[in-house]
Design a protein around this ligand. Structure first.
Ligand code: AP5
Ligand code: MG
Ligand code: ZN
Length: 218
C-alpha cells in the first residue's frame, strides 16, 4: 500500500502515521522528521533546511524531492510506504508521480486528515515531542509521567522550534496557499479519501485503517 497522509500542520499526520506503523508495519517517511534530524546532526542539508523551517516556510522543492526519491529507493519501501508531509506543492506531487512510475509502481490512496483551522493553533502550541524517538505528546492531556522524559525511550521531550504562535500562523497560511491545491489534484485523480480528523485519535484511526485495508494489494 502506497499512501500519502495529507493535512494541515497539526492535523495529526504524525500521530496517525505512528499507529499505521504499529498496525500495518509500513515504513513512515516524514520529510519534517528527516529535516529535523539533519538539523540536529548539523549536516549541510540541516543548515539549509533550518532557515526555512524556523520561519515556517517550505524547503525548496528541488531539495525536498531529491531526498524523498532517495528514501523511496530503499528496499523497505518495496512493499509500500506512508508519506507524511510530502508532497506539499504541485511540483512535488508531479515529481512523485514520475518517480513512482519509473519504479513501476503508483499511489493507492491519499488520506486527507481534515481538521478546521481553529483547532490547529491550539494543538500545535500544545504539542511536545521526543527528541530521540519522535513520539508525539500534547500538554492538553497526553504527556509522559515525567513531562521532560519520553515514556517510550527515556529521551528528552521538547517543544519544536516552529510550534510558536507566530510561526504556526505562517505555516497554516503556507498550507492554504501551497498545499491545499493538492486536495483537488488528488480528488481529480480519484485517489482522495477524506477523514474527519477533528475527533479523538482512535476514532480517526478507525477511518484511516479502513482506507488502508480497502486499498491493500492482494
Ligand atoms: P512537518 O514536520 O511535516 O510539519 P507539519 O506539516 O507542519 O505538520 P506537523 O508535524 O506540525 O503536524 P501533524 O499533522 O504531524 O500533527 P501531529 O500528529 O504532530 O514539517 C515541518 C517543516 O519542515 C515545514 O514547515 C517545512 O519547513 C519543512 N518541510 C517538511 N516537509 C516539506 C516538504 N514536503 N516540502 C517543503 N518543506 C517541507 O499532531 C499535532 C498535535 O495534535 C500533537 O500534540 C498531537 O498529540 C495532537 N493531536 C493529534 N491528533 C489529535 C486528535 N485527533 N485530537 C486531538 N489532538 C490531536
Ligand atoms: Mg508531523
Ligand atoms: Zn522517545
Amino acid at each position: 500500500m502506497n499512501v500519502i497522509l495529507l493535512g494541515a500542520p497539526g492535523a495529526g499526520k504524525g500521530t496517525q502515521a505512528a499507529k499505521m506503523v504499529q498496525t500495518f508495519g509500513l515504513p513512515h517517511i516524514s520529510t519534517g522528521d528527516i529535516f529535523r534530524k539533519a538539523v540536529a546532526d548539523g549536516t549541510p542539508l540541516g543548515l539549509e533546511a533550518k532557515r526555512y523551517m524556523d520561519a515556517g516556510d517550505l524547503v525548496p522543492d528541488e531539495v525536498t524531492i531529491g531526498i524523498v526519491k532517495e528514501r523511496l529507493a530503499q528496499p523497505d519501501c518495496a512493499e509500500g510506504f506512508i508519506l507524511d508531509g510530502f508532497p506539499r506543492t504541485v511540483p512535488q506531487a508531479d515529481a512523485l508521480n514520475a518517480a513512482l512510475t519509473s519504479m513501476g509502481t503508483a499511489l493507492d490512496a491519499v488520506i486527507l486528515v481534515d481538521v478546521p483551522r481553529e483547532a490547529l493553533v491550539e494543538r500545535l502550541t500544545a504539542r511536545r515531542q521526543c527528541r530521540a524517538c519522535g513520539k508525539i505528546y500534547n500538554v492538553m492531556g497526553d504527556m509522559p509521567a515525567d513531562a521532560a522524559v519520553c515514556d517510550e525511550c527515556g529521551g528528552e521531550v521538547y517543544q519544536r522550534a516552529d510550534d510558536t504562535v507566530e510561526t504556526v500562523t505562517n505555516r497554516l497560511d503556507v498550507y492554504d496557499r501551497n498545499t491545499m491545491p493538492l486536495v483537488e489534484y488528488y480528488r481529480e485523480r480519484g485517489l482522495l479519501k477524506a477523514v474527519d480528523g477533528a475527533r479523538d485519535v482512535d476514532a480517526v484511526f478507525e477511518d484511516v485503517a479502513a482506507v488502508v485495508r480497502g486499498g491493500q494489494r492482494g
